[in-house]
Design a binder for this molecule. Structure first.
Ligand SMILES: Cc1cc2nc3c(=O)[nH]c(=O)nc-3n(C[C@H](O)[C@H](O)[C@H](O)COP(=O)(O)OP(=O)(O)OC[C@H]3O[C@@H](n4cnc5c(N)ncnc54)[C@H](O)[C@@H]3O)c2cc1C
Length: 312
């Protein structure tokens, strides 16, 4: 009898992928505790970096800074600080960047940013940066940061055309960006088409898919409408009737995002960025499905550090 390989056959993907995790800065002591629990639960997945968002309109400047620095000092993980152009002059943005560099933070996710909800369209602050490409160039003048930028597989809503949006991504690369992290998407084909088009437009930096595990489908529909991400009917069907059934929803969500990553792996994608929404469980389950093993990583680290786990 022919042996059929299962979809989750680890033989097909012998090397486990690199992962990074995104969090938002907490606004209360309770949320702070939750964030810390999530970070500790995800740390054994050995993320390449963990990033902390910058609230719409620059509203979390201090909290983002505190969280980023605490992640570095207390957990020893590599943090990346999100920084936007909104509501600040170039000098103010550069002061924030200098503080990061002085605190030992070397990775920035440089974004144009969105205005606070209900504040209408993005407007450039007098004396501020008008787009992410200029911010990348400004940050590089401050110090030699590693810089990640946003990429938009379904075209940014303000873009003049898909081609103009790709040219903008290339400008961010030319200004010094090291990778693009994509806005979330659900249809794998959307990412693959985007990746091909980006290469044609001269983008050679890695494009890392942003994966949003669905904890709340209605909320995801709202997020998607705002950022121009499409929600396939097949995904909607999977979450149909689960609004009041969080346990089943979690299992379905792990399967849906795991399958999305597996299909991307089959197309040569070996790095994923997870929008965790400060929750660990789904992201941890998906990492496990992708072959990442906390214990194996710990052992490898201990061996590298010269420990002798066998006690010989
Ligand atoms: C991974 C990731 C993390 C994010 N984190 C945050 C966060 O922490 N805080 C936050 O507020 N938002 C965040 N966002 C959202 C982001 O700020 C918005 O998507 C924002 O609207 C665009 O940001 P950008 O950096 O892509 O902008 P840009 O690259 O500046 O592009 C914005 C628009 O302007 C157009 N454009 C830019 N320059 C030119 C030009 N010279 N000529 C013509 N068109 C041009 C682009 O095509 C695009 O339509 C994040 C998004 C992603 C994908």
């Amino acid at each position: 009898m022919t042996q059929l390989s299962t979809p989750w056959d680890q033989q097909a993907f012998p090397v486990h992928p690199a992962v990074s995790f995104e969090f938002f800065p907490p606004s209360t002591p309770q949320l702070q505790k939750k964030l810390w629990q999530a970070l500790e639960r995800l740390a054994p997945m050995a993320p390449r970096f963990v990033s902390v968002t910058y609230g719409a309109g620059g509203s979390t400047r201090e909290r983002t800074h505190e969280t980023v620095v605490a992640i570095e000092r207390q957990l020893g993980m590599r943090p990346a600080a999100h920084l936007t152009c909104v509501g600040a002059s170039k000098t103010e943005v550069e002061t924030v960047a200098q503080r990061y560099w002085q605190a030992g933070i070397r990775h920035v996710v440089a974004l144009r940013g969105d205005p606070p909800e209900g504040a209408g369209r993005f407007t450039t602050h007098p004396g501020g940066y008008s787009c992410a490409a200029d911010l990348v160039a400004g940050l590089k003048r401050v110090a030699d940061f590693e810089i990640s930028v946003a990429a938009h597989p379904e075209v940014h809503p303000d873009a003049r055309s898909p081609q103009a949006d790709l040219e903008n991504l290339k400008r961010k690369q030319d200004a010094g960006a090291a990778r693009g992290i994509t806005q979330f998407f659900f249809d794998v084909q959307v990412f693959l088409r985007f990746r091909d088009a980006a290469v044609k437009a001269g983008v050679s930096m890695p494009l890392v898919p942003g994966i949003l595990p669905v904890t709340n489908f209605q909320q995801v529909q709202k997020f998607s409408a705002r950022c121009g991400a499409s929600v396939p009917a097949s995904l909607a069907r999977q979450f149909e009737g689960l609004d009041d059934d969080p346990e089943t929803r979690t299992l379905v969500a792990a399967h849906a995002a795991g399958e999305q990553c597996r299909l991307l792996q089959a197309e040569g994608v070996h790095e994923f960025h997870f929008y965790t929404l400060n929750r660990a469980e789904l992201t941890r389950a998906i990492c496990h499905l992708l072959g990442i093993r906390a214990a194996a990583i710990h052992n490898a680290k201990a061996t590298r550090a010269g420990d002798n786990p066998a006690g010989n």
